[in-house]
Design a protein around this ligand. Structure first.
Ligand code: IMP
Ligand code: MG
Length: 182
């Protein structure tokens, strides 16, 4: 398929093939780590909307019975600078008490969003709570966050594609790219 993305202002940072390979590895690792956990007790918890493409590919690489749920958070508006203020815009559909929860994020940037989210979710008494993030930008870290399952560490560039957006656009690019310097 030729993807119509003209004019194309992006440099490829991580190819679709490299993403697929890494997602397969993460899925295998999760399958191994949660193999002893009972049926229907593992919840993949996607953070809307950036994690949706990653979560749907990752779920198919986990050879265990899992359920999925989603939470919506807003921290940025449509700007590209973190405010440090996080709010829940859409809550989970079910309680997570007693469940083994894997939070699935697109990117840990300053760390504010995930820090807030993990603190909030911990109060709901899950059996365990882990974080899986496709990307990490350590240069921007303002909050120390432990990422249990990490796809890729990236440089301090604003990236789009494979779920990540600028002002809601470019989420459906099959690769991860950044805006090229002129
Ligand atoms: P944090 O709270 O600064 O860690 O930011 C987390 C959220 O900001 C992510 O879930 C993304 O939605 C968004 N974000 C941070 N960096 C990028 C980027 O490079 N491209 C697209 N979205 C980003
Ligand atoms: Mg996000």
């Amino acid at each position: 398929m030729t993807f119509n993305r003209e004019p194309d202002p992006f440099e490829e940072l991580i190819s679709a093939e490299a993403i697929a390979r890494r997602v397969e590895e993460l899925g295998a690792q999760i399958t191994q780590d949660y193999g002893e956990v009972g049926d229907t007790d593992v919840v993949l918890l996607g953070v809307l909307k950036g994690s949706v493409l990653f979560l749907s590919d990752l779920a198919r690489q986990i050879a265990l019975p899992i359920t999925m749920d989603f939470i919506g958070v807003a921290s940025y508006g449509d700007a590209t600078v973190s405010s440090g203020i996080v709010r829940i815009t859409q809550d989970l559909s079910k309680p997570i008490e007693g469940k083994h929860v894997i939070v699935v994020e697109d990117i840990v940037d300053t760390g504010h969003t995930v820090h807030y989210l993990l603190e909030n979710l911990a109060t709901r008494r899950p059996a365990s709570l882990k974080l899986c993030s496709l990307l990490h930008k350590p240069e921007r870290c303002e909050r120390e966050v432990v990422i249990d399952y990490l796809g890729f560490t990236i440089p301090n560039k604003f990236v789009v594609g494979y779920g990540l957006d600028v002002a809601q656009r470019w989420r459906n690019l099959p690769f991860i790219g950044y805006v090229a310097e002129p």
